[in-house]
Design a protein around this ligand. Structure first.
Ligand code: F6R
Length: 355
């Protein structure tokens, strides 16, 4: 049931505040995070973390690498499942792997899980489907409370995976930080505030949906979420979109920038505003149109960007759960404006159970 929404994808985008809240609320008791006694105990002992998944799940892992290394000072290795299973993973006894899969059925992710178990790695499944194969075979399971995701392009499953990974980061951090937990708890209502501005994104898409190339760039977590943003846009709007760590621009990708390029610069890392501003000037000088996504009260980009889209203030490392909603809405409206069916993009299946 689409409940009055034109497509499942739009409905699922709008379900994110509730999905995030459901995923968060059941794990906070008395101002502290409790995942499950066995998972909490496992994480207390963890000194090296692996994360594996495909597509959006891999991108959630990329965000988590930055977040966990920053807050918990534990090294994190992230890999796409189709690579992990065929390379020579150098795992040690005592390593922990978070296996991320919305469906819990992806063939490559399942194969990686089986390989890691053979190597003596403890596995935690992070999945949305209760009783799925990956949830049954992993040593431990943590469910995203997103509810069923019907649209092929992942939205609320991805943001709830991120919420779980932030909770894991806070547990790995060991020393309790009430301020961070309070900021994390506000994310669902900030997502709601952001969704109330959807018409701004719709209007921007109406002007830009015909761009030949769209590049998403950022630094740190902004780079990690750029990967997911480019995937969303290519999946449902069939626009050629790529993502770059902004510092890599001058090492090659800038050769592609011309008047037909839209550059979406994710700018939520205050210590890197100046670097991002230089990158935006570089692409503008080659004729690109630049959209900046930054915080409400930031004016550093007013003179450089063609357009600024603002997200509510929060801890800078928490922004992927908000900035990705901007990308989801942008991709959705581009898809609809091009006459595509965003719920059923060509060539893609919801669950990839063959290799
Ligand atoms: C992106 C998308 C895919 C999936 C990927 C993994 O919108 O839906 O990239 O994220 O196929 O699927 P799961 O998470 O079910 O293992």
């Amino acid at each position: 049931e689409k409940c009055g929404y034109e497509h499942f994808m739009l409905k699922e985008i709008f379900e994110q505040p509730k999905a995030l809240q459901d995923t968060l609320a059941s794990r906070i008791k008395g101002g502290e995070i409790h995942l499950a006694p066995a998972i909490d105990a496992l994480l207390q002992e963890c000194t090296h973390l692996l994360i594996v998944g495909c597509g959006s799940a891999y991108h959630a892992g990329m965000v988590a690498k930055y977040v966990i290394e920053h807050f918990a000072k534990i090294s994190v290795e992230v890999d796409v499942a189709s690579e992990m299973r065929y390379r020579t993973p150098l795992c040690r006894q005592g390593d922990v792997c978070i296996v991320i899969s919305q469906s819990g059925e992806t063939a490559d992710t399942l194969a990686s899980l089986r390989l890691l178990k053979e190597l003596g790695v403890k596995t935690i499944a992070l999945t949305n489907v209760v009783g799925s194969t990956i949830s049954r075979e992993a040593d431990f399971v943590m469910y995203t409370q997103a509810g069923p995701e019907i649209a092929v392009a992942s939205t609320k499953a991805l943001t709830t995976q991120l919420m779980c990974l932030y909770l894991i980061a806070m547990v790995l951090k060991k020393n309790h930080d009430a301020t961070l937990l309070a900021q994390l708890s506000q994310i669902p209502s900030l997502a709601q505030k952001l969704l109330e501005k959807q018409e701004d994104i719709q209007r921007f898409a109406a002007r830009q949906f015909n761009k030949d190339k769209v590049f998403f760039m950022g630094r740190l977590t902004d780079y990690a979420i750029s990967l997911e943003s480019a995937l969303k846009l290519k999946e449902i709007s069939y626009t050629h979109s790529e993502s770059f760590a902004a510092g890599e621009l001058k090492h090659g990708p800038i050769a592609l920038v011309d008047e037909s390029t839209l550059v979406v610069a994710m700018c939520t890392q205050p210590q890197l505003y100046k670097k991002m501003d230089s990158n935006i000037k570089e692409v503008k000088a080659r004729g690109a149109t630049a959209l900046v996504v930054t915080f409400d009260r930031v004016h550093e980009f007013d003179d450089t960007a063609d357009e600024v889209f603002r997200i509510p203030e929060t801890e800078p490392y928490f922004t992927p759960m908000l900035t990705v909603i901007v990308s989801q809405l942008y991709a959705y409206y581009c898809s609809v404006l091009k006459g595509n069916d965003p719920d059923k993009p060509r060539n893609l299946a919801k669950s990839v159970t063959v290799e």
